[in-house]
Design a protein. Structure first.
Length: 204
């Protein structure tokens, strides 16, 4: 059982704070499901068929993850395989109604960093255009935004430590904490030789 770590515990740390993005700062499903809805609308104007397509994507995503998800969709509904590129384009450019809201505990943590005038950073995996699209839609509200964001895929995806080394070099970082949600994030921290905090210990 993970020990609860409060936002104040992290904000009071002397270490540089670096976050993952998806499922660390916010629930990524907000973005994913928005893309699924847009894809369903792209395939057909009929609302009943749209619901069928959307339900398939959600069910398959929950049960089996995102690998080959759109290929399965195409095969299941006998769609033209050329449409796959359209699905990816839509996913990378979807617009989330009302924007993306952060986890409530993250707002608390970032408000403390804002109050203490402490900078923080983000290192995220994923298609660069898609990740930038997510960042643009985040509702930061009253909290300060990250000082710098590294899109790891521009170098090598995590757990390769090159993205941290680039950040460390650019800002002369000495002692850092990486806050993430996955095994990949934990391995990334180990390879980067920095402390790792599982976000679930903060969101309790």
């Amino acid at each position: 059982m993970k020990r609860y770590i409060s936002p104040r515990d992290i904000a009071d740390s002397h270490q540089t704070i670096i976050f993952d993005l998806d499922n660390t700062l916010y629930d990524e499903n907000i973005y994913i499901y928005s893309a699924f809805r847009d894809i369903a609308k792209f395939i057909d104007n009929d609302e009943i068929k749209q619901k069928r397509y959307f339900s398939f994507l959600v069910k398959e995503f929950i049960e089996n993850g995102r690998n080959y998800l759109y290929d399965k969709m195409i095969n299941n509904f006998n769609l033209n395989k050329i449409i796959l590129n359209d699905f990816l384009r839509i996913q990378r450019n979807t617009f989330v109604d009302n924007g993306i809201f952060l986890f409530s505990k993250i707002y608390v943590l970032l408000s403390l960093l804002t109050k203490f005038k402490k900078d923080y950073f983000i290192i995220t995996n994923g298609n660069v255009d898609q990740q930038k699209n997510k960042i643009r839609q985040i509702n930061w509200l009253y909290v300060k935004q990250p000082k710098y964001i590294i899109y790891a895929n521009e170098y090598a995806p995590k757990p390769d430590p090159i993205s941290y080394l680039k950040l460390k070099q650019k800002f002369n970082l000495v002692d850092s904490i990486y806050i993430g949600d996955s095994i990949t994030d934990k391995k990334f921290s180990e390879k980067s030789k920095i402390k790792f905090i599982d976000i679930t210990a903060v969101l309790k």
